[in-house]
Design a protein around this ligand. Sequence first.
Ligand code: SF4
Length: 265
Amino acid sequence: MLAPPAALPAEHLTPHDLVAYFRCPHEMELEKARKARGTGPVAPPVRTPADVVPLHRSPLLAPPVGAVRVNPGRIAFGPSDRLVYEDEGEDDLPVLFPTEQVALDPRFRVGRENLIDSSLGLAGRPDFVVALGTRSLVPVEYKETHLFIGYHEAHGRLFDTVQAIAQCQLVETVFGRRPPYGIVLYGDAAGSGEHEGWVEVPFGDPEAAWLRYALRQIRDDAIRAPVPAERNCGGCEPNGEGMCRYAAARYEGPHHRAWMAGQPR
Ligand code: SF4
């Protein structure tokens, strides 16, 4: 009797994949092909069929955002808070703590600097993880852009929420402690910090359930359809390399996406 075929391993995904899929599933597919091209002799085939019908919006439902808290101004951590992780692969991160409040935790180094959730097939790196006193660990994602007025209306901010939820899950898995929220920090680098701010994205059962649903949907999606729109295509890196035949706009470089995110829809 033939043995049943072994189950294929779940597709490896990152918080960045989630963000790309949420913007345009085809972008995520092209990004993966682009990265694989640089790591192996044969790039994996792109699964989007040639006769695909482009979509007006991504098929992924938005994450819960009702309890997101928006805070204008400069973030201030307390004297008993500690920086326990910093992504050393990022060059332009701000200094959040004086050296006496930096206590890097070796548990974050186990996965070659990636935080890994093997059961969900998810791995990635927040910019920082901060221990708030002895109570909580929270991931912090830094964005150079400013805190947008009308946060909930701004197209790009939902992407930051997606990323924060995925990073909270990774911190919970690595430490066995659920972060109450993830922080997205807006540094307003171009505006000298005048419009800094930060957002607390809660991480409870609804957000964790949304994440599981999202990962399943992405893996089950055999089409990875394009969502051509100026706000998407202008910041899409595969578009910058001429990889997409559905592009609705020319690639405008890495800052285009942040700028577009602040525009009224
Ligand atoms: S260029 Fe536009 S349609 Fe094509 S992959 Fe990028 S975001 Fe999607």
